[in-house]
Design a protein around this ligand. Structure first.
Ligand SMILES: [Zn+2]
Length: 428
């Protein structure tokens, strides 16, 4: 076993050690190499006197890695000197290992590279034969600052659930629509936090934002109007439609439960085919539904309509949903606004309070929704699909890893994985 080349591969200086011929000890994850630190006298580190003597020896184990996946342990018999002049005891440093560190610098570097990969802290811990807490400690020590990106021309604002120390269950995530990456994560989506965050960004940078996309959360509207007065605010259509489908679902269940006959084809159909009440008519299957009890057959289309007509609110809301989903971005802003005024007043006239509520929201957000509908100069349809997609990644990060109750840690790791990793760049 050539210790010199081994030590070099582990990022250590062979001249710090005595070349001792013995076989490495095989372990589950790699090898244990037993080495001795050289005993050549060095001047006292306190008073520089050359009058030192060996006081004793002690053994230290240091995690070393040649490449990732291989975890070796260097068991070093270290030497302790004592100074005759001042009485100081000391141990000469080893190149490649910080004093008191249990991990070699090379291993620390390899670990730091892993922080940009889509793997959990516990996976990294396993890979290097260290504890999860140690990996988190290295993360906190080595990754001090992860800067935000510059504000983009098209900014998506969204949130995910995350329990932080701040008085909020939601953190706010800013995305770059075109680059498909996280710009930054704000500790809370509540107004005081948004105000503090955006007011610190200078006005020239803020003015570069031309389009801001968000859901129908009041705080976003206020923040966007205050800090991005020149930007067009667009409400994401996914959220607009979801507001109505959620309400339709509630009305469907209520209508179903109000049926006097629980063994009717309508009841069974409504219970089993909830998805058909929330999709486009064109997606309703062109076939027959068999009512098991009697063997009667009904066309899906016919039975769906019969169920919807059981309740006026359900009927009206369902028609509105069809209008919304079929509304293409071929209209001018004014046409889109008229369309929204029509559908919101239709919904408000319904008897169901939950449907009325959707109508009122649509009315309140009519300008932002009309912006989403109307054709833009460059023909791009702006939506928060980017955000929703990255959010799923973030959720998998929070789900899979420990130690994310700390917001800063969570923010830094998410940014490293989803914005700063090279692998992520290649995908886009
Ligand atoms: Zn001394």
């Amino acid at each position: 076993m050539d210790y010199n080349s081994l030590l070099l591969r582990l990022g250590l200086d062979p001249s710090n050690f005595v070349n001792r011929v013995n076989e490495p000890i095989k372990t589950e994850h790699g090898f244990i190499y037993e080495v001795d630190q050289i005993k050549d006298k060095v001047p006292c580190k306190k008073c520089s006197s050359p009058e030192v003597y060996i006081k004793g020896y002690f053994t230290a184990e240091i995690n070393c890695s040649e490449t990732n996946h291989i975890t070796d342990i260097l068991r070093v018999k270290k030497v302790r000197f004592k100074c005759r002049s001042c009485g100081q005891t000391f141990t000469p440093p080893l190149y490649g290992i910080e004093p008191y560190s249990k991990t070699s610098n090379q291993t620390l570097q390899l670990i730091c590279k892993e922080f940009t990969a889509k793997i959990t802290f516990s996976d990294i811990a396993k890979r290097y034969g260290l504890s999860v807490n140690r990996i988190i400690q290295i993360f906190d020590e080595k990754i001090k600052v992860v800067p935000r990106r510059n504000l983009p021309e098209v900014l998506c604002v969204d949130e995910i659930r995350f329990q932080t120390d701040a008085d909020s269950k939601y953190v706010c995530i800013l995305y770059d629509f075109h680059r498909r990456e996280i710009v930054d994560i704000i500790i809370s989506r509540q107004m005081p936090y948004l105000r503090e965050y955006f007011s610190k960004i200078n006005v020239f940078e803020r003015n570069k934002v031309k389009i801001a996309i968000s859901d129908m959360y009041d705080g976003y509207s206020t923040a966007i109007h205050t800090y991005f007065p020149g930007a067009t605010h667009i409400v994401d259509m996914f959220h607009v439609i979801r507001l109505l489908t959620t309400a339709i679902n509630v009305v469907r269940v209520r209508t179903m439960n109000l049926l006097t006959r629980k063994d009717s084809p309508e009841y069974n159909f409504m219970k089993k085919n909830w998805k058909l009440f929330l999709c486009r008519y064109s997606k309703v299957p062109d076939r027959f539904y068999t009512y098991q009890k009697t063997g009667e057959m009904f066309h899906y289309d016919y039975l769906l309509k019969r169920c919807i007509q059981l309740d006026q609110s359900l009927w009206s809301a369902h028609n509105t949903l069809q209008d919304l989903m079929n509304y293409q971005d071929r209209y001018t802003f004014d046409e889109a606004l008229k369309f929204l005024q029509r559908i919101s007043s239709n919904l408000i006239q319904c008897s169901s309070p939950i449907i009325q509520e959707v109508g009122r929201s649509y009315h309140k957000w009519r300008v932002e929704i009309a912006n989403a509908f109307s054709k833009t100069q460059n023909n791009i349809r702006y939506h928060n699909g980017v955000a929703e997609n990255i959010n799923n990644h973030i959720k998998s990060i929070t789900k899979a890893a420990y130690g994310y109750r700390n917001f800063e840690r969570f923010r830094k790791r998410s940014m490293l994985i989803l914005t700063y990793s090279k692998a992520n760049k290649k995908e886009t």
